[in-house]
Structure formats: C-alpha cells, structure tokens
Design a protein around this ligand. Structure first.
Ligand code: SF4
Ligand code: SF4
Length: 222
C-alpha cells in the first residue's frame, strides 16, 4: 500500500458572504470553485482542488483557508461547503452506460499503447459497477474495482488519499476495499458522478490510463 503527500483542500469561509466577486474563480486552474444564484458565497470542490493556493492570493477579503487551518469563528464553513456538494450530488444524474463504455475504451486504448494488460472498472456515485473489462488476471479485476470504490468513497484520486484521510473514512466505508495505490480517479463535473479504477501496470501507468479516460469527458479533472 502506498501513500501520497499530505493532502488538504481549501475552504471558502464567511468573509466571502455577499462579497462573492468571483475573483478566485478566474484563477483556479482546475475550475473547481462553484456557486449558484441562490447561494451567497462560493464553494470549493474538495474532490478537485489541488491546493495550488492561487485563489488565496487573490481573495480581497482573505476568506480562503486550508481545511485544517480555518479560524475557529468560521469552522461552520467546512460543513456548509460539504452540504453544498452533497445537495448537488444527490440531484446529479448518474454516469451513463455510454460514458462508462467510452472511458473503458480510452483507458484500455492507452494501456495498449503502453504495451500493458489492465483491468478497468467504472463505478457510479453509489459504487455500482457501470462498466468493466479486463485482459489480465482476476486478481487485478478486484484491484481495479476497489480503486474505483475508494476514489468514489473519498471523492479523491487514490494517489492523493493519505493515511490522515483514511482515518476519516466516511461511515459505512468497507476498509477491506480501500486501495490507496494510484489508478483510482473520481470523475464528473461539477460534482463527483463516479470513479474509474485501472490495475495491471505500474502505478504511473495505471494513473495515466485512468487520466486519459477521465479527461476525455471532463477535461478539467485531475
Ligand atoms: S487552491 Fe487552487 S485548485 Fe484549490 S480552489 Fe484554490 S485555485 Fe482552485
Ligand atoms: S475571491 Fe474571496 S470574496 Fe471573492 S468570491 Fe472568491 S472567496 Fe469570495
């Protein structure tokens, strides 16, 4: 089992309320800052934020903090942010069979170019398998499925989930299915609709095959 660097996303706190000038949206390289006409502030999607700090540098009211550094008086913003994405996720459609099939083909196409055999699984946001295929052993079939399961559950790429995050697994997470090796990637814009898992190559190759598949349909995704 491998772990990546310590990862924490940024959170927009109360000083944004009613200012809401959108300056941060202009500089975000992964397009992960969202709002609606009804909301009085912006929100950062933790599944996509790469913690590059660009938004922090331009915010005129210093509203943006790393999640674990949010000042006490604005801690409620963490829950407000999570509630925004949960609400949107519940209303979001599922990944279609056609989309999942196209991602499967893209990942396997890249694997063929790399000269490797892989198992690929695409799961929806409820962890149900929408598409899967394999030209390797059944051992990798399980790993691919579980990489996707892990990426959906944590709403993060498996390569970005640290032991710190694993210790905060959502209720109901099956620890036997948590795989932190690279190759599990969440997808969906603007909300997580599911995840793809690739297994059979090296960590870098699995990650690359997954990225090719995800960015084909959601170019701003990691
Ligand atoms: S830290 Fe970077 S990636 Fe995250 S919301 Fe700010 S600009 Fe976007
Ligand atoms: S730059 Fe600051 S105040 Fe402006 S929308 Fe972003 S978080 Fe809110």
């Amino acid at each position: 089992m491998t772990t990546g660097p310590v990862f924490s996303s940024y959170v927009i706190t109360d000083p944004c309320i009613d200012v809401k000038d959108g300056t941060c949206v202009e500089v975000c390289p992964v397009d992960c800052i969202e709002t609606t006409d009804e909301d009085n502030r912006f929100f950062i999607d933790p599944a996509l934020c790469i913690a590059c700090e660009q938004c922090v540098l331009v915010c005129p009211v210093d509203a943006i903090y790393l999640e674990h550094e949010v000042p006490e008086q604005w801690k409620g913003s963490i829950e407000t942010n999570a509630a925004f994405f949960l609400r949107a996720k519940e209303a979001a459609p599922s990944v279609s069979v056609e989309q999942a099939g196209a991602m499967l083909d893209a990942a396997r196409g890249r694997a063929a170019e790399l000269g490797i055999k892989v198992a690929v699984a695409v799961l929806d946001q409820h962890c149900a398998v929408v598409a899967e295929d394999s030209d390797t052993t059944t051992e990798y079939d399980d790993v691919a499925r579980n990489k996707a399961y892990t990426a959906v559950t944590f709403e993060l790429a498996t390569s970005a989930i640290t032991e710190q995050r694993a210790a905060r697994a959502p209720d109901g997470t099956d620890p036997a299915r948590v795989v932190l090796d690279a190759g599990g990637l969440p997808f969906g814009r603007p909300y997580v609709l599911g995840a793809i898992g690739v297994a059979g190559g090296t960590a870098e190759q699995d990650l690359e095959c997954g990225r090719v598949a995800v960015t084909m349909l959601w170019p701003a995704s990691r």
